[in-house]
Design a binder for this molecule. Structure first.
Ligand SMILES: Nc1nc2c(c(=O)[nH]1)N[C@H]1C(S)=C(S)[C@@H](COP(=O)(O)O)O[C@H]1N2
Ligand SMILES: [Mo]
Length: 333
């Protein structure tokens, strides 16, 4: 587990190839018109060829972290420009491109996270404290959105249980409640129901204490080797790879240990469509669409339209199925 591992070729190839192929095509002077393609395909290829390699958002910084074979499965990574450019962060708009375009207004300097409630030692930590106190590791996880698309992402963070243990939960702590920053001045979706999709803000989420303490549950501060871009939930968010993406709450300011099951944003918005558990489950369909398969977000190129079967618990059943023994996963969706 502690063995350091260099990224193997299969981890870095997709992204590198994406840019290399484009440079080769550009160098050869190949344009979409040279190829016999229908007009719509020509337009798409042309815009892809013209696109310059995007500079990093200004406020991301490289991170130091360990890598272990256990969390480096041989999965094809989603290209970085898709991970940071195709997002759900309704505080910044509903379109997948909105968060990357609009989240620059989020101010992450001086960010603090408060841990309170059923704990012996309530604490408030700033990001420097957090980065000093908890060693970071990289974990490649699948992400399955409830909208039936998926990615494979190299996150950087540490197990949430380490942060919670620092506050010493009491025996009354049965659930954990999380809250995103509430700041309508920097988050336009919190000001306008039109921009924010009519959700109630601040965005809140919750877990059972055993889910929160599970070693797969990652307090995430980085992606692709650097701190999180704002659109991915800077400076700190959850990642729960066996649950639908909406459980992985972004830009957290409050963590509260509580006795009773806390409210969650999507469940409040549409309780018949989004449950408290939201475990990835190909056998339980969303009322408006099937959850049996998923669209794999790839390079976004012309022939990139892959679907694959969705796995129970998003492929993490071996690690998490025991948490739900005896629970009816159809009624507790
Ligand atoms: N505060 C907040 N957290 C959020 C969301 C959101 O709209 N607001 N969207 C969720 C959804 S639906 C998904 S799929 C993931 C997407 O994370 P990513 O954009 O980093 O891939 O974030 C989740 N966390
Ligand atoms: Mo999602």
């Amino acid at each position: 587990m502690t063995k350091k591992l260099r990224l193997t070729e299969s981890h870095v190839t997709p992204e590198n190839l994406f840019y290399q192929r484009r440079r080769v095509l550009q160098a050869l002077g190949i344009t979409a018109a040279t190829l016999a393609l229908p007009t719509s395909a020509q337009a798409e290829l042309l815009s892809w060829l013209k696109e310059t390699d995007k500079p990093q958002p200004p406020n991301v910084k490289p991170l130091t972290f360990s890598q272990s074979a256990l969390y480096h499965p041989d999965l094809r990574l989603t290209p970085e420009d898709k991970v940071t450019g195709y997002n759900n962060f309704y505080e910044f708009g509903l379109d997948k491109a909105d968060p990357a375009a609009n989240a620059g207004s989020l101010k992450t300097e001086g960010w603090k996270i408060r841990i309170s409630g059923e704990v012996a030692k309530p604490i408030t930590l700033d990001m420097d404290d957090i980065l000093k106190r908890f060693p970071l590791e990289e974990r490649i996880y699948r992400l399955r959105c409830v909208e039936a698309w998926s990615m494979v992402i190299p996150w950087i963070g540490f197990e949430l249980n380490k942060l919670l243990q620092a506050a010493e939960p009491t025996s009354k702590a049965r659930y954990v409640a999380f809250q995103t920053l509430y700041d309508p001045e920097s988050m336009p979706g919190q000001k306008s129901r039109f921009i924010g999709g009519g959700l109630d803000y601040p965005y809140v989420e919750g877990l059972r204490i055993d889910e929160a303490m599970h070693p797969l549950t990652l307090l995430t501060v980085g992606v692709y080797g650097k701190t999180l871009p704002n659109q991915n939930g800077a400076p700190a968010r959850l990642i729960l790879p066996w649950k639908y993406g909406f459980k992985s709450i972004k830009s957290i300011v409050e963590i509260k240990l509580v006795e009773k099951q806390p409210p969650t944003t999507w469940n409040l918005g549409a309780p018949n469509e989004y449950g408290f558990y939201a475990n990835v489950n190909p056998q339980v369909d969303h009322p408006r669409w099937s959850q049996a398969t998923e669209r794999v977000i790839g390079s976004g190129g012309l022939l990139d339209v892959k679907r694959q079967p969705t796995l129970m618990f998003n492929g993490y059943g071996e690690q998490v199925a025991s948490l739900y023994q005896g629970l009816d996963l159809r009624s507790n969706f």
